[in-house]
Design a protein around this ligand. Sequence first.
Ligand code: ADP
Ligand code: MG
Length: 482
Amino acid sequence: MNLIKGNTGDWEIVIGLEVHAQVTTQSKLFSGASTTFGSEPNMNVSFVDAGMPGMLPVINEMAIEQAVRTGLAIGAKINLKSVFDRKNYFYPDLPQGYQISQFLDPIVGKGEILLDLPDGVKKVNVTRIHLEQDAGKSLHEYNPKYSYIDLNRAGVALMEIVSEPEMSSADEAAAYLKKLRAIVRYIGACDGDMEKGNMRCDANVSVRKPGGKLGTRCEIKNVNSVRFLHKAIEFEAMRQVEILESGGKIDQETRLFDSSKGETRTMRSKEDAMDYRYFPDPDLLPLEFSQAFVDALRKTLPELPDQKKQRYMETFGLSAYDAGVIVAEQEYAAYYETLVAKHDPKLAANWMTGELFGRLNKLGIAIENSPIGADKFGGLLALIEDNTISGKIAKDVLDFMMETGRDAATIVEEKGLRQVTDSGAIEKVIEEVMKANTDKVAEYRSGKEKLFGFFVGQVMKMSGGKANPAAVNELLKKKLSP
Ligand code: ADP
Ligand code: MG
């Protein structure tokens, strides 16, 4: 647990997340209009989406399937009967005057998500998943005197995935969002693209004395990246602690995160469910399907991140953490599986998560666009495995590979980086080092054994890093002993 230290003692952060995930479908939740991203404004709008009188919504079966598959992927209860309700409010980008959503009877009930944290796995309960329509968009950039409305997004199918208030740090909330994103991407229910707004997150944050009663929460709307989620939570929790410690109280309200300032600010005081006058949409029958429909969908699920992680731990002997990192993206897992087909699984995991990821991150490149594919990276591993190069040299070779896209063996030959294992050659270097450091040799022999590392360093340096470290150790011991 990650406590905030205040003047009046420690404070615990409590977080519940509501994630909106755009369902990957060709058409909208209740109309045949296209969901293509980036079209000219108002090109993808049917009469239903525009709220024309007399138009009837028709449910998109694909959206139902994806919501059920998502429910199954988080081990949730699937409700064979659910109800669509009208959530009534006025907004210029909501032509119907209500949003069709699910309130009392959602399509998916309780499930769970396992967070991969550095110190272990934590289970967070999911309260529900329901289906609802997205709203349109108000545009102000054309002419500041007017608001323009783009309804392309109006009616697009969203899943709202609601967690219990069970996360207790920004790190846990970030891990939750990442895991949920990985799951929906694995099963193809949502592309998880937060930049395009296809996945967005409302963070409910409160603070309390450890173990005490839940505090009053504030809801931070539409956080659109994992990094911003992290920042928004940390800022908001501190803000609440400061108010409470100076004798104030928290007003339940909806707040916005300003990413340029790194702070949250009031948007509106919180409305209650009551305010929306939810009632079943009279244009839609309750949604009912059979257990057989659910069972058939279960068969369409791929190996999920947690299953893959388990398999990597069992068959490849990876640590939970490394396995978690590799299964986070299907592309990582595919890359890794190409490597382990020919190479040592642990070596592959270490070099991939440590060295390759580090370099890709620095360049801001996704693994699919890596200048070195899995086969080439495997070529580097092969040279480490058969002792052609040391790990230290391999890091330099990897740098050249990243720059040039060339393969490891060619670089090693051209630059003459082959490791020296020939004991005669190594002994010659050792003798030179000893000659140049006679005083240190004497000290070592009179008992200052700590100097051993110094000699190893000197020999490695003089050999240009190419001497085989194990051979250097062995020969040095022999030569230095009186
Ligand atoms: P609403 O319907 O008004 O949005 P809910 O009770 O459905 O409210 O909760 C919405 C989200 O707020 C859930 O993710 C829940 O876990 C979270 N939440 C509820 N109470 C708290 C609290 N005291 N602190 C932090 N999060 C909370
Ligand atoms: Mg809510």
